[in-house]
Design a protein around this ligand. Structure first.
Ligand SMILES: Nc1ncnc2c1ncn2[C@@H]1O[C@H](COP(=O)(O)OP(=O)(O)O)[C@@H](O)[C@H]1O
Ligand SMILES: [Mg+2]
Length: 256
């Protein structure tokens, strides 16, 4: 099996003594989309930040495209981050730059001529279907639109994989559908390997993921298909699935 992202028995305890990852292992195959589920504060963002080497584990191995990154220096990690782009929950856009400039930003160091830079930025904006917004400023966009810009910026480096932190959180249901479609499109059209972390099954994971895992107390209590998740009789899985269903029904009522 050929994994693009692989965690092997990863442990992480912060200085305050809180053990957040207590032996996390998983593999994401090339070209698939994997979702990590779990309630707020369980360690989803911590897992993603480990995958791009922004945090280092206390023990265990993390392999990206076959390379062990836990012992890599910053030069090596910069190369890894070109292959695997993290789309932050906040979007992390530059407020004083236009949408076009935000997407062009990661390309500035590449020494492209103006025409090539224009072509690349236009292509990425087009892929996420926001070409008409290029002259706007981030403050003029909704949270959902900002996420789309953040995805376009991630694409600018032409990575092989994308990581998304809570892509549909704080986004209205209609825009969530748009974001989910974009995530799927990155996989089907560009062949990306992807990982999504979310607390939202019905509005997110179900729509984008080929397989899912549930993080609980620093470990996965489930790792399988969506169908298996819904069929699981593990009490922690059942509770999480039922809470999601109640939230989804409430949301649907609010938006009929
Ligand atoms: N850099 C850090 N230093 C100390 N504690 C942290 C740090 N980052 C995250 N944590 C703690 O780790 C836990 C998991 O955080 P996080 O991964 O952000 O959860 P979530 O599943 O909501 O994304 C939280 O208790 C958080 O306070
Ligand atoms: Mg988080």
């Amino acid at each position: 099996m050929s994994y693009f992202i692989e965690f092997i028995d990863v442990h992480k305890t912060f200085d305050d003594g809180r053990k957040v990852l207590d032996g996390v292992s998983f593999g994401v195959e090339k070209g698939e989309t994997f979702a990590i589920l779990g309630p707020s504060g369980v360690g989803k963002t911590v897992t993603l930040t480990h995958a791009v080497g922004l945090l280092r584990p206390d023990s265990g191995q993390i392999l990206i495209d076959g390379q062990e990154i836990t012992t890599m220096n910053e030069t090596g990690l910069t190369q890894v981050r070109k292959k695997l782009q993290l789309v932050f929950q906040s979007g992390a856009l530059f407020d004083s730059l236009s949408i076009w400039e935000n997407v062009a930003f990661p390309l500035i160091d590449l020494g492209l001529d103006e025409e090539e830079l224009d072509r690349r930025v236009a292509e990425k904006l087009d892929l996420v279907e926001i070409a008409d917004l290029s002259d706007l400023m981030p403050a003029e966009l909704s949270t959902g639109m900002k996420r789309a810009v953040a995805i376009a910026r991630g694409l600018a480096a032409e990575p092989l994989g994308m990581l998304y932190d809570e892509p549909t959180t704080m986004v209205d249901p209609l825009m969530s559908q748009t974001i989910n479609k974009l995530i799927r499109k990155m996989q089907t059209q560009l062949g990306m390997t992807q990982m999504v972390v979310t607390h939202d099954i019905a509005n997110c994971a179900e729509k984008v993921a080929d397989h899912v895992a549930l993080l609980h107390d620093g470990k996965f209590v489930f790792n399988g298909t969506m169908k298996e998740l819904y069929g699981s009789d593990h009490p922690v899985v059942r509770e999480f699935v039922e809470e999601d269903l109640i939230r989804f029904q409430k949301d649907s009522k609010l938006h009929v």
